[in-house]
Design a protein around this ligand. Structure first.
Ligand code: GRF
Length: 204
């Protein structure tokens, strides 16, 4: 199936998806990467994999709604089965979320419903959490509260800092669970009837 990936930063999740695609373990054709920030590493990662990139900057738009409507036009032009948020650091307005409802997916760096929003690694440490991780979920109008698809976790160590924790969550959890969850979605193994997630667990 076809996917558009929205990014704003380093692109480590994007890289993991492209690597899984290249290895033949993820049946997802990433047709375009779109970002709100010029010059980010994620764009170079896309270019190295020959995936076209589009930079669409919010400045010059009169409102979030106007920007997100233009973003939606660029996304819809790709006819995507999946719209994948991979470190896209802007909140999407409700019209965008509605337009792509049921095919808009995000990865959030915490064990949702714990630590919605920003600064999750620092907050997990401050709360004394024994485990921390990341969650792949469907995006709904409620920020970081859509139905969960897959979660992965690691143990928090006594000497962890927000940076060391973020690195381990990225390398040991995010880069594993995002390709896995998108593979399930792309192969039609996940069903979202009545806001609930159901897995078809026929063998791979
Ligand atoms: C990841 O931790 C992701 O969960 C969060 O932003 C970060 C993006 O990193 N939403 P990258 O751009 O994939 O390297």
């Amino acid at each position: 199936s076809r996917a558009v990936v929205l990014v704003s930063g380093r692109g480590r999740n994007l890289q993991a998806l492209l690597a899984a695609r290249a290895a033949g373990t993820l049946p997802l054709n990433i047709t375009r990467v779109i970002t709100n920030r010029p010059g980010i590493p994620a764009l170079d990662i896309a270019a190295r994999a020959s995936v076209p990139g589009t930079v669409l900057q919010p400045k010059g738009f009169s409102s979030r709604a106007a920007f997100d409507a233009e973003l939606a036009r660029h996304v819809a032009a790709e006819n995507p089965d999946w719209v994948v948020l991979a470190g896209y650091m802007r909140i999407l307005d409700s019209a965008f979320v509605q337009q792509f409802a049921g095919r808009l997916v995000n990865i959030h760096p915490s064990l949702l419903p714990r630590h919605r929003g920003l600064d999750t690694h620092r907050r997990a440490l401050a709360a004394g959490d024994a485990r921390h991780g990341a969650t792949v979920h469907l995006v709904t109008a409620d920020l970081d509260a859509g139905p969960g698809i897959l979660q992965g976790s690691i143990a928090v160590a006594a000497q962890d800092t927000p940076t060391s924790l973020a690195d381990r969550v990225m390398h040991q959890v995010e880069t594993r669970i995002y390709p896995q969850a998108l593979g399930w979605l792309a192969s039609g193994r996940v069903d979202f009837a009545d806001g609930r997630v159901r897995m078809d667990n026929r063998p791979l």
